[in-house]
Design a protein around this ligand. Structure first.
Ligand SMILES: *Cc1c(COP(=O)(O)O)cnc(C)c1O
Length: 362
């Protein structure tokens, strides 16, 4: 009695994937990155599931941390971009939030504020991303200012890798070298590895890893690698066939007729469109599963629907459709949409019904 368009989240898969990341450096720590609503998987559900196993979480901004605190999540939460205005500091120091400090504004705000509790700072070094962080010289000065400051309870040296997913690039090695050379003057705990760094760059394994995408079961590499084989996809996006048409050669499908049938074609219309978060950029040929059988998208994705080739398939009205998930990797779909699994996951909209795998059948 409802549109079938559904996102199913497997929290056990996320717990499993966390252990895969953790096992890379069992004696060290791994924060679970749950920014952007846990990459579209539901930050509260994911954080509650992982909380017994993790030392803490990472989010982008205070709004995301407040959501978790209001839901009763107690472990430390790191703000990866730090705070944006000084008035956030009061909440930060009262709620066990850790903050990145990447610019002079944040540095001055902490040293000049009158805080109820000292804050835990992740002082960010720019090692080559050229997005956030202090240059090495500015870092050393910032470190001196914070080192013995009464309003600072601890400092972690933090940076971010630009190319860890590219195993032929030498950039990771260069970044880790810059990172370690600053560490020699500023000996504190260190953190540089994202998922790709955690899985494939032993020199990037430092005191704290920060895995994100692999928690959700998607390899940061090609998606057909040995790491993918050990991960469990946590998000499955499904719908159903709501109309079937038999078309003759020469007939076109959908807006602007971007697919013209060359042979008698049986098409299925699926209740899934770009307003649900399925990318409009998906090209003819994008893989789709119907009743577990592999077929392809044909015709342009519209706001509420898309069309697939059912010719020769055991499928019809009401057939189950998987757009990506357990049986069709997001990493396989993403290149057909000129993107990566991260944007597929974070793009699902609120019109899509969400359910947890444990509640299937209810
Ligand atoms: C998002 C993010 C991560 C996690 O990256 P993945 O590629 O998803 O593992 C780690 N560190 C920082 C600073 C981030 O912004």
């Amino acid at each position: 009695m409802a549109r079938a368009t559904t996102l199913t989240i497997d929290l056990d898969a996320i717990a499993h994937n966390y252990q895969i990341a953790k096992a890379r450096a069992p004696a060290q720590q791994a924060l679970a990155v749950v920014k952007a609503n846990a990459y579209g998987h539901g930050a509260i559900d994911v954080a509650r599931k992982l909380e017994p196993d993790v030392p803490g979480f990472a989010v982008a901004c205070i709004e995301e941390a407040v959501e978790l605190r209001d839901a009763g999540v107690r472990k430390p939460i790191l703000l990866l971009e730090g705070f944006f205005t000084a008035d956030e500091l009061d909440y930060i120091c009262r709620h066990n939030i850790w903050t990145a400090v990447h610019n002079d504004f944040q540095l001055d705000a902490i040293t000049s504020a009158n805080l109820a509790e000292p804050v835990n700072v992740w002082l960010k070094l720019n090692t080559g991303m050229n997005r956030l962080g202090f240059s090495p010289d500015a870092y050393r000065l910032a470190y001196q200012k914070l080192k013995d400051h009464p309003q600072v309870s601890g400092i972690t040296l933090m940076s971010h890798l630009t190319s860890a997913d590219n195993l032929t690039s030498i950039e990771t090695r260069r970044q880790v070298e810059r990172f370690n050379s600053v560490y020699r003057d500023c000996p504190t705990p260190r953190s540089i590895a994202n998922s790709a760094g955690t899985m494939k760059h032993p020199t990037a394994l430092q005191d704290w890893q920060r895995p994100g995408i692999i928690l959700y079961g998607s390899s940061p590499f090609t998606g057909k690698d040995e790491i993918q084989a050990r991960l469990k996809p946590a998000m499955t996006l499904t719908s159903e066939v709501i109309a079937v048409h038999e078309l003759q050669p020469g007939e076109a499908i959908g807006y602007n007729g971007t697919w013209v049938c060359e042979r008698p074609t049986r098409i299925g219309t699926v209740a899934m469109g770009y307003a649900d978060g399925y990318p409009r950029q998906a090209k003819n040929g994008t893989p789709v599963l119907v009743n577990g059988q592999r077929t392809q998208l044909i015709g342009r994705v519209s706001m509420d629907m898309l069309t697939v080739d059912l010719t020769g398939l055991d499928a019809g009205l009401g057939s189950a459709v998987e757009l990506w998930g357990k049986n069709l990797l997001a990493n396989e779909v993403a290149p057909w949409c000129d993107t990566i699994s991260y944007t597929l996951f974070t793009g699902i909209t609120r019109r899509v019904h969400r359910k947890l795998k444990c509640c299937e059948g209810h």
